[in-house]
Design a protein around this ligand. Structure first.
Ligand SMILES: Cc1ncc(COP(=O)(O)O)c(C=O)c1O
Length: 443
């Protein structure tokens, strides 16, 4: 057994296998965060870091908010855990009802998970099961989209469309196919908000339907705005077209709102913002402000009712997690919703969107900037990759911004910004001034 004395003094020997991180490089030259409040982190040495990314797209109300802290503390003292399999606890029912009130009309039922990945896999499973329940068991295929990200579990990975997330892990779920992505920099570079061109990309779903036959397809899953691929905003008319094609062919439309949910676009959900309603949608992250891990799948009432109307007695859906509706997560969720409500955070992004957009587009013309795209309080700034060293340039920007006290996020050569929804204009200025300064000095 490891003894306490064996715990290594240096990070290089640490037992922590870090996720989505080049462990060997990081442990030689770590960036550590030790404390957080409001819009800021502090390093262990006490250096202040302005949070330009809501942690990891999740801390929508800012850090260590008093109502969330108090709710979690009280719940930890009252009841740490209780099962939700054949048992209940009031706070899980209370939170489900409260959060369903924020959802678009017709989504009054919620299935709890513990992460965005679990939400994606749960939504896919519910879609398949629903097709069976309504007598369409021949619909077994799941369709995703190139450049999509739906987490790292087998279902989400399979319908996802980021190659590095898939290439090491075998064949994935059988019967999955993908429609094309919507990225079209030749026509849409430097678009403000929704790009003009590309509604026709939705017609690629017709190609996939013609190939497999609609009667074999259960569901299509897309992010309304692709986040992890680097903020790809749907072209005008695109989501409407996807909706129309899915409806016409009896295919369920799933929106993955893990990033767009809870106010990121200036409305509670992307479906409100775009005026396009899916059949199911997934959430996580902002659901509990990132405080306690939790996700949720929202389903249209008819879907839930179809399960409840089955003639088979007993369990309607053989699916769930030990921690579905965990009391601590529900407490965090209630504190989060109260904070969002008190401060109008689910719509605040709408007030700041124009200012944020102008600040983001002021990066146009800086060295190596080849695209800027934005919607609500999210922006992607794409850099030209260094020949033979894709991702290196953006990673250097990330490190330099951190050294200068601003946390940004990068994937490949794309910088993604998504500050907490409590951000003030001078803080938006600070984020983009720091970024601009770094871009000016970088090769
Ligand atoms: C759209 C989307 N779906 C799913 C996930 C996975 O969430 P998690 O990391 O909580 O499993 C993410 C994470 O960033 C996401 O952006």
């Amino acid at each position: 057994m490891n003894k306490r004395a064996d715990i290594p003094a240096t990070l290089e020997q640490s037992a922590f296998w870090m996720p989505y991180t080049p462990n060997r490089e990081f442990k030689k030259s770590p960036r550590m965060l030790a404390r957080a409040e409001g819009m800021h982190y502090w390093t262990p040495e006490g250096r202040e870091i302005l949070d330009g990314t809501s942690g990891l797209w999740c801390v929508n109300a800012g850090h260590c908010r008093p109502k969330i802290v108090a709710a979690v503390r009280k719940q930890a003292e009252t009841m740490d855990f209780a099962p939700t399999f054949n048992m209940g606890h009031p706070i899980a029912f209370e939170f489900a009802d409260r959060v369903a009130r924020v959802a678009p009309p017709g989504f009054s039922r919620v299935f709890f998970t513990n992460s965005g990945s679990e939400s994606a896999d749960s939504a896919l499973k519910i879609a398949l099961a629903y097709q069976r329940v309504r007598g369409q068991a021949h619909r077994f295929r799941l369709i995703g989209r190139e450049k999509g990200y739906h987490g790292v579990n087998f279902g989400g990975m399979s319908v996802g469309g980021l190659v590095a997330n898939r290439s090491m892990f075998g064949a994935g779920v059988a019967g999955v196919d993908h429609i094309r992505h919507t990225h079209d920099p030749a026509r849409n570079a430097f678009s403000r908000g929704q790009p003009q061109h590309g509604a026709e990309f939705a017609e690629d779903l017709e190609r996939v339907i013609a190939l497999h036959d609609a009667s074999t397809i259960a569901a299509l899953i897309v992010e309304p705005v692709a986040g992890s691929a680097g903020v790809l905003v749907p072209p005008k008319g695109y989501l409407e077209k996807l909706r129309e094609i899915c409806t016409r062919h009896g295919i369920l439309l799933i929106f993955d709102e893990v990033i767009t949910g809870f106010g990121r676009l200036g409305k509670p959900f992307a479906s409100h913002h775009f005026g396009v309603t899916p059949d199911l949608f997934t959430t996580a992250k902002g659901l509990t402000n990132g405080t306690i891990p939790m996700g949720a799948v929202f389903v249209r009432d008819e879907i839930f009712q179809a399960f409840m109307a089955t003639s088979e007695p007993g369990i309607e859906l053989f699916h769930g997690y030990t921690y579905s509706g965990h009391p601590m997560a529900c407490a965090a969720g209630l504190g989060t919703l109260e904070t969002y409500e008190d401060e109008g955070l689910l719509t605040r992004a709408a007030e700041l969107a124009k200012y944020f957009e102008d600040a983001a587009h002021s990066m146009k013309g800086l060295p190596n900037v080849i695209d800027v795209r934005n919607i609500g309080l999210m922006a992607g700034i794409e850099l030209a990759p260094r020949p033979g060293a894709a991702g290196k340039r953006a990673f250097e920007v990330f490190v330099k911004c951190f050294e200068q006290g601003v946390l940004i996020r990068v994937t490949a050569d794309i910088i993604a910004l998504s500050p907490p929804l409590i951000v003030e204009k001078p803080q938006i200025d600070r984020i983009f001034e720091t970024l601009a300064g770094v871009l000016r000095t970088l090769e």
